[in-house]
Design a protein around this ligand. Structure first.
Ligand code: ATP
Length: 292
């Protein structure tokens, strides 16, 4: 099966500064991928490389078997909803749907009209007069109605209210399941990702710190709480208080059966925060090899 996204030693510089470096990932098709990381980590850069809006400085990237943005067929297969939810301020909602139909060979007009009606968007209203959240919903509708094989969403839910967020993410999961759509979405809202993503990429300081399917990743880590002593193996992060220490470790090689520890599983949010934190005994960040 063709991978949704393969990157090999992918890097992108702005001037002399790396925005993304040494990125090697291989994401099978059919996943809903959550891309997380602190501000400036390189998430948008990676998404734009996948969408063909940016060229790599080093390495290579293949999306659905082709070069990003290379041919009309490739462009039709990939939907991209940018962070600032670009819509044309002077065009109405209905104009956007007409434009979508004209520009996209696989356009699903029924889906677009049904979503617009369900969201309560007025077809005759100019996009410039919509609220930020409504503009985001319109941009998302255009992305879904394009019927891509891969939908890339850069912070799609940031401006949506909690109900709209849940509604959108549910729609996304349903579309992914019904049409075999692959999705890559970046977000700072890890609790939202927890609900929809089955694949995770954590980017920190322009590098991939963790990548893989969510369930195996969660199964491979534990939180140890107890005395301040080296648990052995891969320590992802550690926090000390006067009374106890909390370690996040790779479960396969740490001494988790030591009765001195209280051992618990992690939520996706705990796991993401541990890799974003990565404070160790030496108090310096460690680059970890990520096994899948
Ligand atoms: N057009 C540009 N020119 C110069 N530097 C840029 C440009 N775009 C991004 N950068 C830099 O590249 C790095 C990565 O930026 P990027 O937008 O990919 O991060 P991000 O993870 O998406 O951040 P955020 O969560 O804040 O959206 C940052 O240091 C940023 O300042």
């Amino acid at each position: 099966m063709t991978a949704a996204l393969e990157a090999q030693a992918l890097g992108r510089k702005y001037g002399r500064r790396w925005a993304l470096r040494e990125c090697t990932i291989d994401i099978p098709a059919g996943h809903v991928v959550g891309l997380v990381g602190p501000n400036g980590a390189g998430k948008t850069t990676l998404l734009k490389l996948a969408g063909g809006q940016l060229e790599p400085s080093t390495g290579g990237i293949v999306v659905l078997g082709g070069r990003p943005g290379d041919t009309p067929e490739q462009l039709a297969k990939v939907g991209f909803v940018a962070q600032d939810t670009p819509v044309y301020a002077r065009l109405t909602v209905a104009d956007h749907l007409r434009l979508g139909a004209r520009l996209n060979p696989r356009w699903d007009g029924a889906l677009a009209r049904e979503r617009v009606a369900r969201l309560g968007l007025v077809p005759g209203q100019r996009a410039g007069r919509l609220s930020g959240g409504q503009r985001a919903q319109l941009a998302l509708t255009l992305g879904l109605a394009k019927r891509p094989e891969l939908l890339i969403l850069d912070e799609p839910v940031a401006s949506l209210d909690p109900l709209a967020r849940r509604e959108f993410l549910q729609g996304l999961t349903e579309a992914a399941a019904a049409h075999g759509l692959s999705v890559v979405l970046s977000s700072h809202l890890v609790s939202d990702l927890e609900r929809v993503c089955d694949y995770l990429i954590v980017l920190v300081d322009s590098r991939v710190r963790l990548a893989g399917e969510v369930e195996p990743l969660l199964a491979a880590h534990r939180r140890l709480t107890g005395p301040r002593r080296d648990p052995g193996g891969h320590v992802v992060s550690v926090r000390h208080t006067e009374r106890e220490s909390t370690y996040v470790v790779r479960a396969d090689d740490a001494r988790i059966h030591d009765p001195g520890w209280t051992v618990s599983r992690l939520s996706l949010e705990d796991l993401v925060l541990a890799y974003m934190d990565q404070r160790t005994e030496a108090d310096g960040p460690v680059a970890l090899e990520v096994r899948r």
